[in-house]
Design a protein around this ligand. Structure first.
Ligand code: AHM
Ligand code: MG
Length: 369
């Protein structure tokens, strides 16, 4: 009996998705994709948690790298395979694009990883209706030091090809199928139908939106289920914390430099100095910003005109979550969700967080025009 079980465990992520499907808010294909993401996240949580143990086993007590150690796969490669395989077997996915893949790949057969151009199988073209974009293990350079890392994902619906046109330089030389694959992937964030992240930290947190607000779940490892812990996440209208790699301040655009030094010195609208918190792991920094309020930024700088973070599978999903929680996400001048990507691994400057904080920052950009 469902109620009896839930009295003991709370609402699990799978029950939550089933209920949304029953109410027609999501369809069964999207439910099935979320199932895969949920299962993949549990495996990744386990891999991240036990990474030092696996490492120690390979190294041996003397700390000498043995034969296996040399061809040990990197965790970001393993987690990419975990995520990809989990999604592949739903049969509901047309295309997937990952930080770890050069080009979007066919989610069903998945045999085209090494090809420069994506190919869609006939078979799949009939079943796949969704496109999933993801970064399987963001901040993976932190793993060895036990610092939080995360998975970020977004889901698009396959667009009506009659309505979308690829720019000529992109479509040149591609078959119709290939164009469809690429056009389906290069959608602006405002077309996302779902987005979320998983934070692997003191606890494993899964935060999710289907465009009707933001919900948070925590992995209960004793039963192996994500259980709802935050039924409705709303970011405070203003915070007291800013989060960015301030070591780059000399490289930033003038408005950003001025804004950050003002809030640091208590010269901003709040009239009090802000605190700085920066993990250097986007999912952790954004999770804190979402819960406590404030602002997170990876702005453009002299060396990187588009910042560092990727639009499709980092900037856009996180911006969608932020807006759904009542926050905002801009590049400086424009809304992140409005930007149509020109290529899969495109970077984007991001400034996101509490609505009042982002508005205050945006003024600095407007005044600089
Ligand atoms: P990665 O995709 O190579 O792991 O890099 C992304 C990470 C983000 O999690 C984080 O926000 C950013 O890089 C930190 O960069 P920096 O070290 O330049 O501050
Ligand atoms: Mg990344």
């Amino acid at each position: 009996d469902m109620d009896e079980v839930c009295e003991q465990t709370g609402v699990t992520l799978s029950r939550y998705c089933i209920e949304l499907a029953n109410r027609g808010i999501i369809d069964s294909d999207l439910d099935s994709i979320l199932n895969s993401i949920r299962e993949a996240s549990k495996v990744i949580a386990k891999l991240v948690n036990t990474a030092p143990l696996q490492q120690a086993e390979l190294l041996g007590l003397q700390g000498e790298i043995n034969v296996q150690g040399e061809d040990q796969k990197k965790l970001d490669v393993i987690t990419n395979d975990v995520f990809k395989n989990a999604l592949r077997y739903t049969g509901k996915l047309g295309t997937l694009a990952s930080e770890e893949e050069d080009e979007p790949v066919d989610g069903w057969l998945g045999t085209n990883e090494s090809e420069a151009i994506p190919v869609l199988s006939e078979e799949f073209a009939e079943t796949g209706k969704y496109i999933c974009v993801f970064d399987p293990l963001d901040g993976s350079s932190n793993v060895d030091a036990g610092i939080p890392v995360g998975t970020i994902f977004g889901v698009f619906e396959e667009p009506n090809m009659a309505e979308c046109e690829l720019p000529e330089d992109l479509s040149a030389g591609l078959t119709d199928e290939q164009q469809r694959c690429l056009a389906g992937t290069l959608q602006p964030g405002k077309s996302l139908v779902a987005a979320g992240y998983v934070l692997y930290s003191a606890s494993t947190e899964l935060v999710l939106t289907f465009g009707h607000g933001v919900v948070g779940f925590t992995l209960d490892t004793s039963i192996g289920e994500f259980v709802m812990t935050r039924p409705s996440i709303k970011i405070p209208a203003r915070g007291k914390i800013y989060s960015c790699n301030q070591a780059n301040i000399a490289e930033w655009d003038e408005p950003m430099r001025q804004y950050i030094s003002d809030i640091r010195d208590g010269k901003g609208q709040a009239g009090k100095p802000y605190s700085l918190r920066y993990i250097g792991s986007m999912v952790g920094d954004i999770h804190r910003t979402l819960l406590y309020g404030g602002i997170f930024a990876y702005p453009a700088d002299n060396k990187n005109q588009d910042g560092k973070l990727r639009l499709l599978y980092e900037g856009a999903p996180m911006s969608f979550i932020m807006e759904q929680a009542g926050g905002k996400a801009i590049t400086g001048h424009s809304r992140v969700l409005d930007i149509p990507p020109q290529f899969v691994h495109q970077r984007v400057p991001v400034i996101l967080g509490s609505a009042e904080d982002v508005d205050e920052c945006r003024k600095y950009f407007e005044e600089s025009d």
